[in-house]
Design a protein around this ligand. Structure first.
Ligand SMILES: [Zn+2]
Length: 78
């Protein structure tokens, strides 16, 4: 799905080619996440959860927060 997003040459931002959103958030760049589409461009497993109609939006938002936090912790460890 590399045609759905573009990362700046300096790695400082990610542009979603689906909605046009540009994020300068490090986590979004590294996780290839679009906060507008609520899509991980590179992670089908997470997208399946985000598009599961049996889950409420509240649960999905909580999952996104959780994945972002996990990612932050992993990045701080490096
Ligand atoms: Zn988007």
């Amino acid at each position: 799905m590399t045609n759905r997003y573009a990362i700046a040459p300096d790695g400082g931002s990610i542009t979603c080619k689906v909605c046009g959103l540009v994020s300068y958030n490090k986590n979004d760049v590294e996780m290839k996440f679009c906060g507008h589409c609520n899509v991980f461009h590179d992670d089908e497993e997470r997208n399946e959860i985000l598009h599961d109609s049996s889950l409420s939006d509240m649960v999905k938002r909580a999952m996104v927060r959780f994945w972002r936090r996990i990612h932050e912790i992993e990045r701080e460890r490096r």
